[in-house]
Write a protein that binds this ligand. Structure first.
Ligand code: GLY
Length: 347
């Protein structure tokens, strides 16, 4: 079993990575928490696979919420359903809430745990690659509003994150590949060895080590900047243009990982337009394509520029843009909007 500890501003999170850890959830939870009751939040895709196994492991009362699957349900109405289930289950501040699922379940359960009774202990059990390497770690929780994604939320660290790479075997291939965009992102921003690891044809056999390297980077970054005011921005490499692509596709046409993959190549081309070595762009494109991720922009550059003007990273006349000029090293560059417009036209 691999173990990482994240020392946050208020709490310490333990992150454990092991194949079949899902068979020992109760034991590991009771090492960290002392609840009288447990409430598990999951969705209709994940419940049939793992819910019964986990519930049976506990000798204390366990209740659950099974939510409809999909980003379109990541909204306040669904949080109300969780609150109602928590009240009906008589969950108190001393009890435990478990998020069992992908990023949407993790974000919503985290938000419910942060706000119900002003905070109930939380364990994250991410079941997609994207959630394992990114959203389950670091304490960002949120729901979407009609006006945009993740507009309402809180920082709330899970005290325990249980990552089981074995469960990825039951993921549809396209969902696994989607998560690989975030893996490649970590290689670009902090550790180019990850890019070597994923370039090997049999990289999936090494997925536990790859996940560990990614989570280690996320842990290091969050420890420095938990509330996302500086360094944590590097985790957004590829996301500025990626979010614009997701928005132009009404959040249904392109999945997050696919949009981030296109966004990373656009960000590399933007660096090239500033005068950097464009062989790195070709190298990264080759890796993404070999994994099965897209790299060409699906919209006109002018439309992308207009969509990214509403991004949270825009501050007045400038925007913080994450550039990678050397593999394994991200830089935060403040770019004036007029200049950004010209650079985007040039990519
Ligand atoms: N997913 C980016 C972050 O956690 O900051």
């Amino acid at each position: 079993m691999k173990k990482l500890t994240l020392s946050g501003l208020n709490d310490i999170s333990e992150i454990l990575i092991d194949e079949k850890i899902i068979d020992n959830v109760a034991g590991l939870c009771l090492d960290v928490f002392s609840p009288s009751k447990v409430h598990i939040v999951t969705d209709t895709n994940v419940a049939p696979l793992y819910l019964e196994n986990i519930e049976k492991q506990f000798s204390i009362p366990v209740t659950h919420s099974i939510l409809p699957a999909g980003e379109e349900y990541k909204r306040l109405e669904t949080i109300n359903t969780i609150y109602t289930d928590l009240i009906n289950a008589d969950i108190t501040r001393k009890d435990l809430i478990i998020a069992l699922g992908g990023g949407v379940i993790g974000d919503m359960t985290g938000f419910a745990a942060a706000t119900f009774l002003r905070g109930v202990s939380l364990c994250q059990i991410p079941t997609t690659l994207l959630a394992q390497v990114d959203s389950s770690v670091g304490g960002k929780t949120a729901v979407d509003m009609p006006q945009g994604k993740n507009l309402v939320g809180a920082f709330y660290q899970p005290r325990l994150v249980l990552i089981d790479p074995y469960v990825l075997k039951s993921l549809p291939e396209h969902i696994f590949i989607d998560g690989m965009a975030e893996v490649v992102k970590y290689g670009c921003i902090q550790n180019a060895d990850i890019l070597d690891m994923v370039s090997k044809p049999d990289y999936k056999d090494n997925i536990s080590n790859i996940i560990y390297e990614c989570v280690k980077i996320k842990r290091d970054v969050v420890e420095v900047d938990e509330h996302d005011t500086g360094l944590r921005m590097i985790l957004n490499f590829g996301h500025t243009i990626g979010h614009a692509i997701e928005k132009l596709g009404d959040y249904t046409k392109f999945s997050h990982g696919n949009a981030v993959s296109m966004g990373m190549i656009a960000a590399m081309k933007l660096s090239d337009a500033i005068g950097n070595d464009n062989s790195l762009t070709a190298y990264l494109s080759g890796i993404l394509n070999s994994i099965g991720l897209p790299t060409s922009l699906p919209y006109e550059k002018e439309d992308i520029f207009n969509a990214l003007l509403s991004d949270k990273k825009k501050m007045g006349d400038t925007m913080n843009f994450i550039l990678v000029r050397t593999m394994g090293k991200a830089e935060i560059e403040k770019i004036e909007i007029d200049r950004l417009h010209k650079l985007i036209k040039a990519i």
